[in-house]
Design a protein around this ligand. Structure first.
Ligand code: C2E
Ligand code: MG
Ligand code: MG
Ligand code: MG
Length: 276
């Protein structure tokens, strides 16, 4: 699928993208204006420490409310943003939005909070990403330890570029986690070579932890793997009490999911979580 982009430029679209939503050209036009139209907002989902019950970290999840398309789920607009390169300005907006929220929380007395930001593969290959993050930290007077970035295994496929980016981010003091661990390009080699702090067990393993022996075995193995490598581990997509029990007995440190809370606005986080 080829679309003319003026001045003899052509842009290629993956055909599965077009199948996913035929409105994609119109949607791209709206997405292009979403920042200036103030259509983005960050939601935050608590991550619960299973030993202490405390909540000190949140995952930031982007929400897009558009007048034509309504609430568009990230599963639709993030791939479109990646494909069109719009993820670069959008990602920068996310970083600044999260840092300003963190500064606001710190000013209100919640000092030791950390937020995890999702970084898509194209953003991760953006060479000035560390400078963008550093600038946002500086402008909001935040320590680097207040930020965590989540990258997927796919972002690490270009090993040399990924390794150098991770080292630059670690040098600043950013915490690095691997999102959806176990679903992508899973080479144990990168766990050995890359400066990774946290593994996030993908929700597809957690979902049937109670009934599927293989999912249970994989989850336990990832927990052991993380511990043996000196990394932290968190389970995603926890919806049931039974899953919490399983994870506690398997010594998983943290969990995140609808069982504890859906992703909610910063205001709701303040009202329902931070007052504790
Ligand atoms: P992810 O980073 O793996 O985020 C977890 C997704 O699972 C989120 O979906 C979250 O709302 C959802 N979730 C959390 N707990 C549960 C649960 O108990 N059950 C179920 N079924 N789902 C749960 P969401 O917010 O729709 O985001 C989808 C994906 O979009 C994210 O997956 C992430 O890859 C991407 N994304 C979201 N925000 C951003 C962003 O700011 N930047 C980038 N680059 N990607 C983002
Ligand atoms: Mg994530
Ligand atoms: Mg995930
Ligand atoms: Mg994901």
């Amino acid at each position: 699928q080829v679309k003319e982009k003026g001045k003899g430029h052509f842009r290629f679209y993956r055909s599965d993208m077009k199948d996913a939503f035929p409105n994609y050209i119109l949607m791209e036009a709206h997405l292009r204006k979403a920042i200036e139209m103030n259509e983005f907002v960050m939601h935050y989902q608590p991550q619960v420490n299973l030993k202490t019950g405390k909540i000190k970290t949140f995952e930031a999840l982007l929400r897009w409310q558009n007048r034509k398309f309504g609430n568009v789920p990230p599963s639709q607009f993030i791939p479109l943003a990646e494909e069109t390169g719009l993820i670069i300005p959008i990602g920068e907006w996310v970083i600044h939005s999260v840092c300003s929220q963190l500064a606001d929380w710190r000013n209100k007395g919640y000092k030791d909070i950390r937020v995890a930001i999702n970084i898509s593969p194209k953003q991760f290959l953006q060479t000035n990403l560390p400078e963008i993050i550093q600038k946002a930290l500086f402008m909001n007077q935040l320590p680097a330890s207040a930020l965590e970035i989540e990258i997927t295994e796919g972002a690490m496929e270009d090993t040399i570029a990924a390794l150098s980016m991770l080292h630059r981010l670690k040098k600043i003091g950013i915490i690095i986690s691997v999102d959806d661990f176990g679903t992508g390009y899973s080479s144990l080699n990168y766990l050995k070579r890359f400066p990774i702090d946290i593994l996030k067990i993908d929700q597809s393993f957690v979902r049937e932890i109670q009934v599927n022996e293989k999912d249970a075995a994989i989850t336990k193995t990832i927990i052991h793997l993380a511990h043996n490598l000196g990394m932290e581990v968190i389970a995603e997509g926890v919806e049931e009490e039974d899953q919490v029990q399983f994870l506690v007995s398997a010594q998983c440190q943290k969990a995140q999911g609808y069982y504890f809370s859906r992703p909610v606005s910063a205001k709701e986080i303040e009202q329902k979580v931070l007052y504790i």
